[in-house]
Design a protein around this ligand. Structure first.
Ligand SMILES: [Zn+2]
Length: 375
């Protein structure tokens, strides 16, 4: 992966390039960033850059032998450790899933650990980085490098190391010459304190919405307005943006208008039917829909507060929003936002979707008190 392939994160890229140029490369770095920030992509581009034999000022060359191998995640001196599940004799070591790893990362370097575990068919098994894998890391790093360049170990989601991680302390603290550790994590609180204290922290911020919007437009030919809308909904998480795109078949806009109609006119049979229907879809679709509703309500809040505000909404959505705003004040809108945020948490924690959506329907009906008509 080259830096040029990574969305946004210009400050982090410059920092990494500067360190590489000044030869002040830390031997153990923690790339800490939330899902979809590009933390793994940045570690991949950095590893490729460090081992490129024809470095350009702002990127690896992408063509030398070393780059060619790095691009395929097949460089003999760039190793990977990541959570796996053990099935029979398979899965104690990360390399048992090397083919799957290459395929999954090349497909989407912004993936999350849940998607990865689904990809290797972990089903409901808990992934982890095993004691055997830690022994393997120590063994690999004591081999001499093949290409005479940096020997790099990228540990993705070291949160899954558990206590076994303590086996790595010595090698992280006093690594063999020319060895680098790049730990790619999302949650510092879930890391072993002993490992955390031995790494140099590099914080990767969430992406800027405009960077995501430009990418969605260029990569998927999404119209500008739709791209901006998804970018505004995904909290700087590119992986969430991809999920929002793939769920585009569910027409959230129509769904919300129909639901609001039923609730705000207190049409109980109709919103009960909506509840039944949405409860039958999957959790991702439900979360996606709630995410859309929150986006819509937030835009309504801004429209009610800011004169001349240019809402991130399509024309028909703005009409719905204006009708909605005729009878709602700022406080009741804010309460709705809170109720939807709670519902989002409940769905994420596997609450019964029928109850969650029915409660929201009643909430909406109370808010409208039968006053608002959409027809
Ligand atoms: Zn190169």
């Amino acid at each position: 992966m080259q830096f040029a392939d990574i969305i946004g994160q210009e400050a982090v890229k410059s920092y990494l390039l500067k360190n590489a140029r000044q030869d002040s490369v830390s031997h153990a770095q923690l790339f800490l960033g939330a899902e979809g920030s590009g933390n793994l992509a940045l570690a991949l581009a950095y590893a490729q850059y460090l081992n490129c034999t024809n470095k350009q000022p702002a990127d690896s060359c992408g063509r030398c032998n070393s780059c060619q191998m790095s691009l395929k995640l097949a460089h003999p001196d760039i190793h990977f450790s990541y959570p796996t599940v053990t099935v029979g004799s398979k899965g104690k070591k990360s390399t048992d899933y090397m083919a799957e790893w290459r395929q999954a990362v090349l497909q989407n370097p912004y993936m999350n650990v849940f998607e990865w575990l689904q990809f290797i068919k972990a089903e409901n098994k808990q992934g982890n980085i095993t004691a055997e894998e830690c022994d393997e890391i120590v063994r690999k790093l004591n081999l001499t490098s093949f290409q005479g360049a940096y020997k790099i170990l990228i540990i993705w989601m070291p949160e899954y190391l558990g206590k076994e991680g303590n086996k790595l302390l010595k090698v992280i603290e006093e690594p063999p010459a020319g060895t680098l550790f790049l730990l790619v994590a999302e949650n510092a609180d879930a890391l072993l304190a002993t490992i955390l204290s031995r790494t140099q922290l590099l914080r990767i911020p969430p992406l800027n919405p405009p960077d995501i919007a430009v990418n969605l437009h260029n990569r998927f030919q999404l119209p500008h307005q739709a791209a901006r809308q998804i970018a505004a909904q995904c909290n700087g998480n590119y992986n969430a943006a991809l999920r929002l795109m793939s769920n585009a078949n569910v027409n959230n806009r129509q769904l919300l208008t129909g639901w609001l109609n039923a609730c705000l006119q207190n049409n109980v049979p109709q919103f009960a039917q909506f509840t039944e229907e949405i409860a039958e879809t999957g959790r991702e679709i439900q979360k996606n829909f709630i995410g859309y509703c929150l986006h819509f309500f937030h835009e309504c809040l801004r429209l009610s507060m800011l004169p001349n505000y240019e809402a991130l909404l399509e024309k028909d959505e703005i009409q719905t929003a204006n009708r909605f705003l005729q009878s709602l004040n700022y406080n009741s809108l804010e309460e709705l936002v809170q109720a939807f945020e709670k519902a989002d948490e409940h769905i994420a924690r596997n609450a019964n979707p029928k109850i969650v959506f029915f409660n929201l329907s009643i909430r909406l009906a109370d808010t409208g008190q039968g006053k608002i008509s959409f027809t």
